[in-house]
Ligand binder design. Structure first.
Ligand code: SF4
Length: 218
């Protein structure tokens, strides 16, 4: 990649991340998120990995590095980038729910967490439990992922989990992915993987059967 191209990509990614950080589309999610989850990794990736949202695996750097290393060694690639379908981690929270029940309306504070992950309602460390994003939240956030794919233009993308597969495939005009392990659209090879929590060497070897390393640019 030329220096000029790299600068353009960096500028576009920073611009997108700035918009994500200021995004207020999902007001309930925003309240209990210190910072949205942003993509990380190489700017010219051989493979982009897409997770549904931040979770116990993606927040555990050791497990995330293990997953990246597994893919690197089994698929013989160097450069990996990972990102998310939904940037603000959805949580259920009894503290917020109790307040809402008490007042009879949704709490209108924009932020309920401070920088140290402490809840402004009870001054304790956030005890919210991660849950799956709603369909509406996915639809609100999906444009950021599609923009990120367009900016980084990876030759290969691994989609982790049924909902990531479903929404991304449909965004690329693929409505039937049953029994398929991959599809190709706009010169990108998409690989359909199970949930990242259960992605092991066997799952990686299944994916490897369909992997098209020749598409990786030199
Ligand atoms: S989840 Fe995505 S769309 Fe919703 S507020 Fe966060 S960044 Fe915006």
């Amino acid at each position: 990649m030329s220096l000029d191209n790299r600068e353009v990509i960096i500028r576009r990614i920073i611009n997108m991340e700035d918009r994500i950080s200021r995004c207020q589309r999902c007001s309930l999610l925003n309240q209990c998120v210190i910072k949205p989850s942003l993509g990380k990794g190489e700017l010219e990736p051989d493979i982009m990995m897409v997770f549904e949202s931040d979770n116990s695996l993606t927040k555990d750097s050791r497990r995330l590095i293990d997953l990246r290393n597994l893919i690197k060694s089994e698929l013989n690639v160097d450069k990996i980038y990972h990102t998310f379908l939904v940037r603000c981690e959805p949580k259920v929270c009894t503290v917020r729910q109790n307040l809402n029940n008490f007042t009879g309306s949704a709490c209108s504070y924009k932020k309920l967490l401070d920088r140290d992950n402490k809840c402004l309602l009870n001054s304790k460390i956030c005890s919210g439990i991660s849950v799956k994003p709603s369909d509406e939240e996915i639809i609100f956030c999906l444009p950021f992922l599609l923009e990120e794919m367009e900016i980084l233009n990876p030759p290969n993308i691994i989609l982790f989990g049924d909902r990531v597969i479903d929404y991304v495939a449909k965004s690329f005009g693929v409505y039937e992915t049953n029994d398929n392990a991959h599809f190709t659209k706009k010169n990108i090879n998409f690989y359909l993987a199970g949930n990242e929590e259960i992605f092991d060497i066997n799952a990686c070897n299944q994916l490897k059967k369909h992997f098209m390393p020749s598409t990786i640019p030199n």
